[in-house]
Design a protein around this ligand. Sequence first.
Ligand code: ASP
Ligand code: MG
Length: 409
Amino acid sequence: MTLIVEKFGGTSVGSVERINAVADHLIEKHQAGEQLVVVVSAMSGETNRLIKLAHEICAKPPAREMDVLVSTGEQVTIALLAMALQQRGTQARSYTGGQVSIKTDRVHSKARILGIDSAKILEDLALGRIVVVAGFQGIDDGGNITTLGRGGSDTTAVAVAAAINAAECRIYTDVDGIYTTDPRVVPEARRLKSITAEEMLELASLGAKVLQTRSVEFANKYRVPLRVLSSFEKGEGTLITYDDETNSMEAPLISGIAFQRDEAKLTIRGIPDHPGVAHTVLGPISESHINVDVILQNASEKGFTDLTFTVPRGDYEASLEILQRLVGELNAQDVKGDDKIAKISVVGVGMRSHSGVANTMFKTLADNDINIQMISTSEIKISVIIDESKLETAVQALHAAFGLDKESG
Ligand code: ASP
Ligand code: MG
């Protein structure tokens, strides 16, 4: 018997029909010899509906009660799915997070899983039952219900898979896998057969929001074989692999292109250069809980330097105000800003063993008359900041230049 964890997101269990379809699918797998633990999300729209209700009662709902409230969404789904399975003559049991001891820390609404007591799950599996577990929720050491952050059912599934040492954790969702880039921008975008967790983390944090980032971190840590696939059509989906399993000489140079539109850039110019400048400028920004992304400090000339950095567009005005205040304090020349920029990143572990990726990227942008405003690199990623109006052209050109529209191994 193969031990498998399958997770179904909100749209996959969004109606009674969908829940029945999931039950049929599970029974097929079960009869084919798989031992199944199923993790489900709340029916689509339900978590949002609950959050809205809370805000109709109070502007700032208490965190503990909020978790008691939003965790009910998943409790509805597990019960309905277990009923659907039993209705079809298959033994099944539903459990809330607390009932299978998904222990978390005490941080309401973004709790971290500390451990799972797998004994009960394994006992039920041994009795031939399909085990249905509520995603997104856990319990702290005081017995309080906690939740894992939006999209947290992915993390529940991965954590359960790690705890019972499952052969595979399958995440069923409304897309059929991870794509080379957003198909809405590049119609030629292709589904990847596999991608390393490391690449997936770079792409996830850049906006490929198929999996909760934390679930990929968790999978990476415990080497959980993870697959993303569609609950609406049959297919292999995308398998998430681990670096030590990948021969990077054979890996495609670039696996994907991610982009972010809503970025802004700020420059403080002519700052007298001495130790502590970056700290003086960026300290107040981070104290205001603004996330700085790309940072660039120019080589100083005649004792003066410029510092440029990017922030989410929603934090542009607040950042501008902070810098304007600092101009006097630092004796700097002035502040400039642009809130119409975008970031594009090409990601691939193949970069480690091949040179020339940066060159291809820069040449492609030049050939398309796109000006690069900032560049930042990591071991498996090159990002550039460009004018937002050129975003589509740039992504399309890069996708073609790296041959991402062509089938690879
Ligand atoms: N129901 C939760 C949400 O909507 C958790 C999940 O779906 O993964 O964020
Ligand atoms: Mg999701």
